[in-house]
Design a protein around this ligand. Structure first.
Ligand SMILES: Cc1cc2nc3c(=O)[nH]c(=O)nc-3n(C[C@H](O)[C@H](O)[C@H](O)COP(=O)(O)O)c2cc1C
Length: 249
């Protein structure tokens, strides 16, 4: 399949063949492909929990409000947003980028570039991600709004804004995974209809982790797999092209 065919093949499948197993190694490889998704500041604040155990799948189905998309699934992947790992991830990116600059930047630019990424990952990232009962977020919001009075400034800086940032990137990894799975001829269904507290408990996740999406995996069960035709809002309704203003306006 070419990319367009893969994107047309991917549908949200709510009922899978229960006697047709998918290859765990192939699913794992699709998760490796998912890590190629872009992420905000390359922080990669995600984790993937790959569930192949049938008993665990049934427990997850219960936590997912009994949805057949989970109870009939062959495997599951839980995409978890790990905002709480910001310090260690920033450190890992910084260590890599320091060497990256030494390998790939012109000698006379290296010192200033290294200083730049040290400020970015050593000071700015901890400042943006740090939390203290919402108060640090309010402080950041006031600070960034004040600066934006005088020059363009990133002002989505509350603690809740940072949650959005982390979930956004995690969802890109989830979509990359679903496309990689479709490329293997495997089906998936993204789900947010679940009890996050129960899922966290089943996976023994720490307090700071948040479930981004559960993706069930398997092979569609004929006509029962997909609920009819695909609906999309007419493209003209969502497509807005910005053209140069006519002269004189
Ligand atoms: C974030 C997200 C959450 C979703 N949650 C559910 C869900 O809980 N249960 C379900 O059956 N489908 C769920 N879906 C699937 C959507 O209903 C589906 O993507 C949409 O109807 C379009 O169909 P398609 O994926 O076949 O193109 C979810 C999709 C997304 C992106």
């Amino acid at each position: 399949m070419n990319l367009e065919e893969v994107l047309n093949f991917r549908r949200s499948v709510r009922n899978y063949q229960t006697d047709n197993n998918i290859d765990t190694e192939k699913v794992k490889h699709c998760l490796e492909m998912a890590t190629l998704a872009p992420s905000s500041s390359n922080m990669q604040l995600w984790e993937f929990y790959h569930i192949t155990d049938k008993a665990m799948i049934q427990k997850m189905a219960h936590a997912s409000l009994g949805q057949a998309a989970v109870s009939t699934a062959n495997q599951l992947v839980v995409f978890v947003a790990r905002r709480d790992l910001f310090r260690s991830r920033a450190k890992q990116v910084l260590e890599f980028e320091r060497e990256n600059i030494k390998r790939n930047s012109p000698a006379d630019r290296q010192a200033s570039r290294i200083k730049g990424i040290e400020i970015y990952y050593g000071t700015m990232m901890p400042f943006l991600y740090a939390r203290f009962f919402g108060l640090l977020g309010i402080f950041r919001k006031l600070l960034t709004l004040s600066v934006s009075l005088f020059r363009p400034m990133f002002t989505e800086s509350t603690e809740n804004d940072q949650r959005v940032v982390v979930h956004k990137s995690c969802a890109l990894a989830a979509q990359t995974f679903m496309i990689a799975m479709a490329n293997e001829g495997y089906d998936t269904c993204p789900l947010e209809g679940f009890d996050g507290r129960r899922v966290k408990k089943l996976l023994k996740l720490p307090y700071g982790a948040e479930i981004n999406m559960i993706i069930s995996c398997g092979i569609r069960n004929g006509d029962k797999g997909i609920r009819g035709d695909r609906f999309r809002i007419p493209f003209e309704e969502v497509y807005k092209i910005i053209t140069p203003a006519p002269k004189g306006e």
